[in-house]
Ligand binder design. Structure first.
Ligand code: GLU
Length: 308
């Protein structure tokens, strides 16, 4: 179901260069502190450039969906005055588009049907072991996999600079449609980023590896890739990633200003004492003006001492 929700723009686009950013949560639970940091950072990156900030709910994996979390994510963003532009896009309503795009890739000779199991797919040597691609067969109930013939190259990240991931981490054969007929994240995210005209993908560094898969798909679609910017992932001092079980990370919507101040500190901004008592809207207006990527550590992880 598509809900048409429109918000007024937070700031009049005075310096628009056609920037379009997005926040694309999966409804697998409530937002936690780490996802608030990503939402806030991508919002500020868009608004500081007079751009648009879109919201896309990535609900393509019903078995992993937590009932009610799409609604709670929207409520949380609204409570923090992180107001998106235009209508929300729900990936669950875009199956026809994804099928059409898989068909296009198939016509380019870039897909094959694969019957290998999940355990086989998880094997790092899988690329060498799977023979489905060579057999070029058509099976009932098989997964559709994408195969890139290009060499993987380093890519440029707006925060991290040149990113050169170890090759063996990224086999360039990957699933675009699963055996159970569900679309894969890599496919849906690229199709939507292209269709929505996203000019910069801003997200957490936990998705750094995914960027290589996605760049291969942009090439397959013969479309220019957007810019990429990956923020450090929030971890505890013991390197533990945030989880939904960690209560220090739960977001209380009634404490929006304080949550924003904590998230801003993580992103290298420290408002005055007076502003800390102010409304979420005023804190955001200030942060839009002060936003500066050079305040953020160019790292893939950052410690939050509040997390045990
Ligand atoms: N839906 C993904 C997630 O919640 C994020 C996708 C993206 O930003 O590319 O982790």
């Amino acid at each position: 179901m598509i809900t048409a929700l429109k918000h007024p723009r937070t700031k009049i686009a005075s310096r628009s260069h056609g920037y379009i950013g997005r926040f694309a949560p999966s409804p697998s639970g409530d937002l936690h502190f780490g996802s608030l940091v990503t939402a806030l950072g991508s919002f500020l990156q868009a608004k500081s450039q007079g751009g648009q900030w879109l919201l896309r709910i990535e609900d393509i994996d019903p078995p992993r969906e937590v009932a009610g979390s799409s609604e709670s994510i929207k409520r949380c963003l609204e409570a923090h005055h992180l107001l998106w532009d235009g209508n929300i896009v729900y990936q669950s309503s875009r199956g026809d588009l994804y099928n059409e795009k898989i068909q296009y890739l198939t016509e380019q000779g870039l897909t094959y049907q694969c019957q290998c199991s999940r355990a086989q797919l998880a094997n790092p040597d899988f690329g060498r072991l799977c023979v489905c691609a060579d057999q070029n067969m058509s099976f009932e109930n098989s997964a559709v996999r994408f195969r890139s013939y290009d060499d993987q190259k380093p890519f440029y990240d707006e925060l991290l600079g040149k990113v050169d991931l170890p090759r063996h981490d990224v086999p360039m054969q990957f699933t675009v449609k699963r055996k159970d007929n569900l679309f894969a994240y890599q496919l849906a995210v690229v199709v939507d980023d292209i269709e929505q005209g996203i000019t910069e993908v801003v997200r957490g560094a936990d998705l750094l590896n995914a960027t290589l898969f996605q760049l291969a798909l942009y090439k397959g679609f013969d479309c220019p890739a957007p810019k990429f910017l990956h923020f450090p992932v929030v971890v505890s001092e013991f390197g533990k990633k945030l989880s939904k079980q960690n209560h220090a990370c739960e977001i209380n919507n009634n404490d929006a200003s304080n949550n924003l101040i904590n998230a801003l500190a993580f992103l290298g901004l420290s408002p005055s004492k007076e502003l800390k008592q102010d409304s979420a809207q005023n804190i955001l207006e200030w942060a839009i003006c002060e936003w500066d990527l050079s305040n953020i550590p160019a790292k893939t992880e950052c410690i939050d001492n509040r997390i045990g």
